[in-house]
Design a binder for this molecule. Structure first.
Ligand SMILES: Cc1cc2nc3c(=O)[nH]c(=O)nc-3n(C[C@H](O)[C@H](O)[C@H](O)COP(=O)(O)O)c2cc1C
Length: 330
């Protein structure tokens, strides 16, 4: 390794170490000589409450450096979780960063972006030498904020801010019986959540005169039609419910599926009536889901799905991927 290779490796390692500090993401804007200027920055920090001050640092090589050195005012926008696209845009070269964005104007005619978690309008108070960066300290002359969760940046990637769950073991010891069956046992939590959700689904199914087995069958065929009994049972093996030839014949006699003879048993497909029943069940499932997640933010809902998918992957005994099987067929 040459000296420069070594220096480069050291720099990367330093960057990696600094990246272990999770930050929010901001866009800093200003206006100089009738031009709007702005860039993505995560070097933001609060400095002082009285007087109210903040800081951020800007690479001396940045095309915006001269403008911010000359600016009397700037604004710091703390991005919300759904503004990752703005962060990317304001970190890209050779794009019109402000094109098409709704703008308000702050002190010094500085452009103010909308939909942010927080915004701070500043009078440019001090510049400090900071190696290859200049540190800008601003006196906060105006601010606003919303309850929208912020965008997070950690280890070079965008991330989500989620409140920490109660630490394990924090459960009230008086509520842990001698068997150790505490109320935060994962199987209990997931099982109970499933049964409480599915209970409402059962009433919907009952109105259609259907049970779980029929529900699972229609659902499989709704994703990947023309499946044999064995294939349907392989996709739903995790439920412990099996579709028998008799049950398939019953679904056919009720006009919900069509059975064509095939090697090793009938091949089922949805009839129009089956499609209609399934549409109704999916609509009911969506309504149940909206009610179940009412207490969670959009981000928490996304995180819950993401974590459940990971648990499903980790515990998968080898169930074929139903959604992928659909692509294979089309
Ligand atoms: C998440 C993130 C944080 C950044 N933070 C800073 C920063 O604090 N200071 C800085 O000078 N550049 C930062 N950058 C880089 C600039 O946004 C980007 O390099 C710059 O805008 C490129 O164009 P320019 O030379 O026109 O400024 C960051 C980029 C990203 C994606």
């Amino acid at each position: 390794m040459t000296a420069t290779d070594q220096q480069r490796a050291d720099l990367l390692a330093l960057r990696g170490a600094l990246g272990s500090f999770a930050t929010g993401v901001t866009i800093v804007t200003t206006r100089v000589e009738d031009a709007d200027v702005g860039l993505t920055a995560n070097s933001f920090s609060s400095v002082s409450l009285d007087p109210p001050m903040l800081l951020w640092s800007l690479a001396k090589t940045s095309s915006s450096h001269e403008a911010f050195m000359a600016a009397g005012h700037f604004a710091v926008h703390v991005l919300s979780v759904d503004q990752e696209h703005l962060s990317r845009r304001f970190a890209s070269k050779d794009v019109d960063r402000f094109a098409g964005l709704p703008l308000e104007r702050g002190p010094g005619d500085v452009p103010l972006l909308t939909g942010c978690a927080a915004r701070f309008s500043c009078r440019s108070a001090f510049h400090y030498e900071g190696g290859d960066h200049t540190i800008f300290v601003g006196e906060i002359v105006g601010f606003d904020h919303t309850p929208t969760p912020p965008l997070v940046f950690h280890a070079g990637k965008y991330a989500l801010a989620a409140p920490r769950a109660e630490p394990l073991g924090a459960a009230d010891p008086a509520r842990v019986p001698p068997t150790g069956f505490a109320e935060d046992l994962l199987g209990y939590l997931m099982g109970r959540a499933h049964h409480q959700l599915y209970d409402r689904m059962r009433s919907e199914l009952a109105e259609l005169g259907l049970g779980e087995r029929e529900h699972f069958t229609l659902s499989v065929l709704g994703i990947s039609d023309r499946r044999t009994l064995d294939e349907i049972n392989a996709f739903t093996a995790y439920t412990g419910v099996t579709l028998t030839r008799e049950a398939a014949a019953d679904l056919e006699s009720r006009g919900l599926v069509r059975c064509e003879p095939a090697e090793g048993g009938p091949r089922l497909s949805l009839t129009d009536a089956g499609q209609q029943a399934l549409l109704r069940l999916v609509a009911a499932a969506k309504a149940i889901e909206v009610d179940a997640l009412a207490d969670l933010s959009e981000e928490e809902g996304r995180l819950l799905r993401h974590l459940l998918k990971r648990v499903i992957r980790t515990t998968d005994p080898g169930i074929p991927d139903l959604w992928a099987s659909r692509q294979e067929r089309s």
